[in-house]
Design a binder for this molecule. Structure first.
Ligand SMILES: [Zn+2]
Length: 347
């Protein structure tokens, strides 16, 4: 965001900003005045009062009065106070009378702070209100209208589609959270109903279409992806049953039809999907669907029954019960079947 600079001159550093600063967050104020950002900063750097801050923001622009590597006197917590010595002071203009100009100024401030948080790698917990440092009721109008509301405005500006907010943490506004253990100690996410969730198995295969409800059961060894607000809408729009997903700081999605393999070779149990790649044929009874996949990954044969011959360098994919229905529905002769780790992908 563009910043208009009207910086205090070094001859006034001893009054306005005597110390070097390594900032650790933003401290938000309201001006309790009806002047523009330009006029607020011009007044601040012109007078000989100690009071100082880094930025004033109105409905049209952000004006800077002090460099971020110097302290300001805005938090009321003394010469060695954390607010005064570690926080970037932000004044939101037009708070005395409020109205549209103030609403727009607050929105601009939320955007400016969000950009700063992202650039500095800071979280929303790095945004404090003046009241946190000296009990003064400031930022007064922002507090009247709701502090959590203002924090939500910042978070909405920070939102990046598919980016995780964290794992096994409470889900806030627009958060995308992965639950391995959940918050409820009973194998469920512990989330409220106001979001979209999907269960994902231990191999990263999505087990269901997104549903709008909370407290989803977490699969054995798997996880649940849960999203509120924009993150919930993102889940709904981008993830479907059978997709393969993996995560680092954000979600990565492979669309299409996937399913986890129960095991390789051995005995096929109820509802299991088994791959046979050893010996001359699958070691199965007649109660299932099987496909033969050649060395190139192409399905050459599909049949209901057991003991399907294994192609040279290929394998037989065999399913019983629910897995049999899945094969019958999703795999046909000519399809390409790829094995990625313990996951089958059909294209
Ligand atoms: Zn204040």
């Amino acid at each position: 965001m563009e910043v208009v600079k009207n910086l205090v001159t070094p001859d006034k550093y001893h009054i306005k900003c005597p110390y070097n600063m390594e900032a650790e967050g933003y401290c938000v104020h309201n001006t309790a005045n009806d002047a523009s950002a330009r006029n607020e900063v011009a007044y601040m750097i012109r007078n000989d009062l100690q009071t100082s801050y880094h930025y004033a923001i109105d409905d049209k622009e952000v004006v800077q009065g002090i460099s971020e590597d110097r302290n300001g006197w805005h938090a009321g917590d003394g010469a060695n106070g954390r607010g005064n010595r570690k926080y970037i002071g932000i004044e939101i203009c037009y708070s005395l009378s409020g109205g549209d100009r103030f609403i727009a100024a607050e929105k601009r401030a939320a955007k400016f702070i969000a950009e700063g948080l992202k650039a500095k790698g800071w979280g929303i917990d790095c945004v404090k209100k003046h009241q946190d440092f000296d009990k003064k009721y400031c930022p007064h109008r922002t507090l009247d209208m709701g502090w959590q509301r203002f924090l939500s405005m910042i978070k909405a500006e920070m939102y990046i589609p598919g980016e995780l907010s964290g794992a096994d943490i409470p889900r806030g506004t627009d958060d995308l959270v992965l639950y391995f253990k959940g918050l409820s100690r009973n194998g469920r996410t512990g989330t409220n109903q106001w979001g979209y969730e999907v269960a994902i198995d231990k191999n990263g295969v999505v087990l269901e279409d997104p549903h709008y409800s909370g407290n989803t059961k977490i699969p054995d060894g798997g996880k649940v992806l849960s999203g509120h607000g924009k993150a919930g809408a993102w889940i709904k729009a981008n993830i479907k049953k059978g997709y393969h997903v993996w995560f680092d700081v954000s979600a990565h999605i492979t669309k299409g039809i996937h399913r986890s393999v129960s095991h390789f070779n051995g005995i096929r149990g109820a509802d299991e999907l088994v791959i046979y790649n050893k010996g001359s044929a699958s070691n199965t009874n007649m109660w299932g669907w099987e496909v033969a996949v050649n060395a190139k990954g192409h399905v050459t044969k599909k049949r209901y029954g057991g003991k399907t011959p294994i192609p040279d360098g290929g394998f037989v994919l065999s399913g019983h019960g629910e897995a049999a229905s899945w094969i019958n529905k999703n795999v046909k002769v000519g399809d390409t079947v790829k094995l990625v780790g313990n996951v089958i992908r059909i294209t």
